[in-house]
Write a protein that binds this ligand. Structure first.
Ligand code: FES
Length: 76
């Protein structure tokens, strides 16, 4: 699984700082270090719908920890 977190200042301030922490903890908790590739990208100009996160090529907007948990759990 590949997860790309928008690290642009808008997304980061609007929740991706916490989302990133959540993902890192989730990976540790479930020992998914080998299965999940975590990356960051720059602002893609879609700040209005942020925080944005791409998971396996699918772009998710207005991401929060609840949504993340649901998506990640459905994939492991
Ligand atoms: S900061 Fe994420 S799209 Fe602009």
């Amino acid at each position: 699984m590949k997860i790309t977190v928008c690290m642009g200042s808008s997304c980061f301030a609007r929740g991706n700082a916490q989302n990133l922490e959540f993902i890192e903890n989730f990976i540790k908790e479930h020992k998914l270090e080998a299965e999940i590739e975590l990356a960051g990208n720059r602002c893609e100009g879609k700040c209005a719908t942020g925080p944005n996160i791409i998971i396996d090529g699918v772009e998710y907007s207005e991401m929060n920890e609840e949504k993340l948990e649901e998506i990640l759990k459905s994939k492991i």
